[in-house]
Design a protein around this ligand. Sequence first.
Ligand code: PEP
Ligand code: MG
Length: 571
Amino acid sequence: MSITIEGIAASPGICIAKAFRLQHQEYQIVKKSLTNTEEEIERFEKMIEKSKAELEALKLETSKKLGEDKAAIFASHILILSDPEFIQAIKEKVATEQVNAEFALDEIAAMFISMFENMENEYMRERAADIRDVTKRLLGHLLGVEMINPSTISEEVVIIAKDLTPSDTAQLNRQYVKGFTTEIGGRTSHSAIMARSMEIPAVVGTKNVLSQIENNMLVIVDGNDGKVILNPTDDEVKQYKVKKAAYEKQQVEWAKLKNEKTITIDGHQVELGGNIGTPQDVQGVLNFGGEAIGLYRTEFLYMGREQLPTEEEQYHAYKAVLESMENKPVVVRTLDIGGDKELPYLDLPKEMNPFLGFRAIRLCLEMQEMFRTQLRGLLRASVFGNLKIMFPMIATLDEFRQAKSILLEEKEKLQKDGIEVSDNIEIGIMVEIPSTAVMADLFAKEVDFFSIGTNDLIQYTLAVDRMNERVSYLYQPYNPAILRLIKNIIDKAHHNGKWVGMCGEMAGDEIAIPILLGLGLDEFSMSATSILKARSQISRISRSEMIAVAEKVLNMDTAEEVKDYIETILK
Ligand code: PEP
Ligand code: MG
């Protein structure tokens, strides 16, 4: 009998292969009282060294087999094991509480993991997965338990796991691993992100799949619809083979669009860009036919470290991105820290409402030395490509004017010192606060461009915390209130001869795209893997028809009505 399990579609595609259960042993951590804590700390240090040596070997092996980028994960694990803040906290716990190292490690790691897990950003949540992963390795050594090594898999399989650690995924060989499913995780969990970058089908959140499956059982993973079929019937296999072939044909069609422009059937052209968090992400955007970087979230340069990045470090990061993009537009957003994205070393006081607090441009305008360092790094890099700078969380004209004048001051200083700076840097803002969306007519006179940050614009407009599950029903991208704000932003920009992009998640959304096209959005910036699908969608619709569609939805009553209507026209 076949069993169908519903989960979350995490990475598109369909695969049919035998199951491989990747189940690491669960560790039993028992608290022990010790008298000789020095000896315990010495044992702990030895196991750190053993783990580091193992990680060095894994890094080398993975880089040979699967490439440098996959091996990078092990470098970051080595770094965690060298992080004095983390390691010292464990040793101190052993010494002061006179407990065993396993117990201290487990408790301290849990504290760090929950800190990172509660951050809204997926890149930061990945760090939680890294800490969990490296902790497991270290615990294994302290307890004397061997770990499964997924790189030894040598036949075609579907991986079935509770969750995949970053080091598990780094060791997965695409040649043999055809797909995976994990019991926990959501669309932005580490394993889901990895699946999309490996381009293998994945379904996550399949709750108790492990208890229903044995090794070698046949499995179908449908990453398009979020379904996993265990022990499928012959008919189901046949049916999914047809589906798989159709999807693969579609992908071949999409891939043909890689070097194409993005044009509607009636000749209206838009630009499709990618959102990145680090210079390493640029390659993915180019591989998927991105025409620009529509959002470079620079916060990641500042996070996961002990102190602020220097001007030199920043200059090199920005230069690397600009050079890789070879004169294609690169929109760099200045530091958007604060709120949920903390920098422990800035030692800022806790706030009641961090999303409404001392963050992003507010913080930069006050901590000017830090802001000026970033701007100098950017200005110096500007000669290596097509740089556009944008400020996040702008709520008032005054904030924009201040930020711009600081930027121009730094430019002048650099030029006085004989340092070359591009004269074609556009200066824009994120429109993610309703006051700015409403005042778009005035902003449009002063900025060079807008980029609509719908992730925050929705949260502030509907007064709905974007991280609170209880109120997530109010997080409504298609609410006519949001659509009307977007229309106002685009109209006022165009009236003043300025261009408008969107870098919130909504820009890559199949339902939103037709409306945004109708409203006249010029640039859509999204995750790399969404680009070709969006290009294909846009190339099949007519801009003049979408103008009428947009007009209609602006006057609808509810988000559901908008969604239902767009779904019918997409059919
Ligand atoms: C946004 O708010 O839409 C956005 C792109 O910024 P972030 O998700 O980084 O807040
Ligand atoms: Mg934002």
